[in-house]
Design a protein around this ligand. Structure first.
Ligand code: GTP
Length: 352
């Protein structure tokens, strides 16, 4: 399944962008407000830091609207924002309640950076905040009372654990939804959408490594007759049976999927038309000689195949599907149960 980390990052992007924009607005408004409050209390250095953070957030707000590199801008926000927070809590004149902001660290980190990086950055900055706390207060200070410290530590630990568990289960649900959206319900094979994603990735790899890549379109012959004669349930069993055959016969690096109905697509990596035709012929023979039983009766199955190759028949999936489809129909016209790598070879196709 396509649960590649890049795909998950792509999926999380709109949600992370929305969280970042909301945080930037909060930082702008909070920075202006606290800047004014600290200025009136005479803490001018802190005010300047807060106004600076507001101004920087305005700049980030403009930058993230059109960026292709959201992760970089998230880090460009998180590090100065958390560092400013650390400076604020370390300032001797700042109220002890400023430590309350530390609770934002695990929430913001997990929402913006996901479970791994989010947890790493949370633990780092919470650790720094703890060191600052121990440095700022002595054993005799009221805030060092065991219950106060226990409250703060347990609350921070709870929010860190909840944020992490939330992000882990959110990512799991996302993977499950992605798998469902890319899987054919009946056969469990990848569907058209997954074939497309796989093709795009393998196409880039084939170009980089200068390797061939082929596509097969396989259509079960006279499938309507299978349904009519043995029933729809037997037809479903035949589709599942064929899907299993594909799984058993193909290499782990290839991809077989269901394009729809009784039509299947196979992408063969590092494979040119000649070898792809042999693979298709092996599959054709295996299906022809397979013994699928239903209610004590044997269901005869055969298939027709069209083959196309990247670079020879086109440079995108649409071109390859069109070329393979044309050959598939040539195979059907020529009597079915055969592989057609190229219509000009039709005379010898059934001997392939
Ligand atoms: N049981 C079952 N049948 C399906 C499914 N999807 C499509 N079909 C049937 O597959 C049959 C396809 O029929 P046609 O398009 O006429 O093709 P064919 O009978 O295989 O004939 P050729 O392709 O020309 O060899 C139809 O009867 C569909 O109802 C499915 O998921 N389960």
């Amino acid at each position: 399944m396509d649960t590649h980390p890049d795909t998950l990052t792509q999926l999380a992007r709109p949600h992370r962008k929305a969280v970042l924009v909301a945080l930037l607005w909060i930082t702008i408004l909070a920075g202006i407000l606290f800047g004014i409050l600290n200025a009136t209390k005479g803490a001018l250095a802190l005010s300047i830091l807060e106004w600076g953070m507001s101004l920087y957030s305005v700049f980030l707000l403009l930058a993230v609207r059109r960026t292709q590199h959201l992760e970089r801008w998230i880090l460009a926000y998180i590090f100065p924002f958390f560092t400013a927070m650390m400076i604020a809590i370390a300032t001797p004149t700042a109220s002890v309640t400023v430590f309350g902001w530390v609770l934002l660290i695990p929430l913001v980190s997990h929402l913006l950076l996901g479970r791994r990086l989010g947890l790493g950055i949370s633990l780092f900055f919470i650790g720094v905040a703890l060191v600052i706390f121990l440095y700022r207060f002595d054993a005799g200070d009221a805030v060092m009372d065991v219950r106060s410290v226990a409250n703060m530590v347990i609350l921070t630990a709870c929010i860190t654990v909840f944020s992490h568990v939330y992000e882990v289960s959110r990512e799991r649900s996302e993977i499950q939804l992605l798998q469902m959206a890319q899987t054919d319900f009946l056969t469990g094979l990848p569907n058209r959408s997954r074939i497309k994603v796989f093709f795009e990735r393998e196409k880039s790899r084939a170009a980089r490594e200068q390797q061939p890549l082929s596509l097969l379109i396989i259509d079960l012959d006279h499938f309507k007759k299978v349904n009519d004669r043995f029933g729809h349930e037997a037809g479903d069993r035949a589709l599942v049976f064929f899907a299993d055959l594909l799984r058993q016969r193909l290499r782990a690096t290839d991809l077989a999927g269901r394009l729809g109905g009784e039509e299947f697509g196979v992408i063969l990596v590092n494979t040119a038309t000649n070898t792809a035709s042999q693979v298709a012929e092996d599959l054709r023979r295996a299906l022809e000689s397979a013994d699928l039983q239903h209610d004590g009766q044997s269901i005869p199955l055969s298939m027709s195949v069209g083959v196309s190759e990247l670079g020879v028949d086109g440079h995108n999936l649409q071109d390859l599907l069109a070329a393979a489809d044309q050959r598939l129909y040539a195979a059907k016209d020529n009597g079915r149960n055969q592989v057609v790598p190229d219509p000009t070879t039709l005379a010898t196709a059934s001997l392939c």
